[in-house]
Design a protein around this ligand. Structure first.
Ligand SMILES: [Zn+2]
Ligand SMILES: [Zn+2]
Length: 208
């Protein structure tokens, strides 16, 4: 008589009279399944199997699925539920532990799929924004190809972020968006695009 083995505890599972094709995902009961899917060590092992571990100072490329920005995707079970996040964040988590809430995992090497823990550092939203600006990514992510001096809400929102979160000169911000520094100044003081609010401004507008 054919049988299958519980993937968690290895016990024979008698209710499977036919051989399970892959002999995968067979469990005695929900408790065994729950214990298995939540197993941190298993997730850690699965994770590092998807990383090309190179020399200490090299980039460690992610071999699994990636998003459009080139960042890796990985999934674990937490409390029996699927939890997805970037592979660089898991690399941090599996090496150094919990990432504080609201904190970003950034790359020193500017290589999104890299999972070498020594190439990663923690930062705030502000650090993330400044890091993107330094690496010239922010404007590219605006994603509008025409080089004309037309602004849209989305671009203005980015301009406002740059004005607030960075110390880039207005000439440089203007150049990035194909508009004059005078236009940037008008946006800065609210003469133009005053209805577009970002972060702190949105809070101030609500009277906080
Ligand atoms: Zn079992
Ligand atoms: Zn790297």
């Amino acid at each position: 008589m054919a049988f299958a083995l519980c993937r968690n505890c290895g016990e024979i599972v008698p209710k499977y009279l036919k051989p399970n094709r892959k002999n995968e995902n067979v469990f005695c009961d929900s408790a065994c399944k729950y214990a298995f899917v939540n197993d941190e060590n298993l997730h850690r092992e699965r994770f590092w199997n998807l990383v090309t571990v190179n020399g200490e100072d090299d980039c460690w490329e992610w071999k699994g699925g990636k998003d459009r920005g080139g960042y890796g995707n990985f999934m674990v079970y937490r409390d029996g539920k699927r939890f997805y996040d970037r592979s660089s964040r898991f690399a941090w988590y599996f090496t150094y532990g919990e990432i504080p809430k609201g904190i970003f995992v950034l790359h020193k090497c500017d290589n999104p799929p890299c999972c070498n823990p020594s190439h990663l550092f923690l930062g705030t939203a502000l650090d993330n924004m400044q890091d993107k600006v330094r690496k010239g990514r922010l404007v590219a992510s605006v994603g509008e190809k025409n080089g004309t001096a037309k602004l849209c809400e989305r671009k203005v929102r980015y301009i406002k972020y740059l004005l607030f979160y960075t110390d880039l000169p207005k000439t440089e911000i203007g150049a990035r968006f194909g508009v004059s520094p005078a236009t940037i100044s008008k946006i800065d003081c609210g003469k133009l695009w005053n209805h577009v609010r970002v972060g702190h401004q949105a809070l101030e507008a609500l009277g906080r």
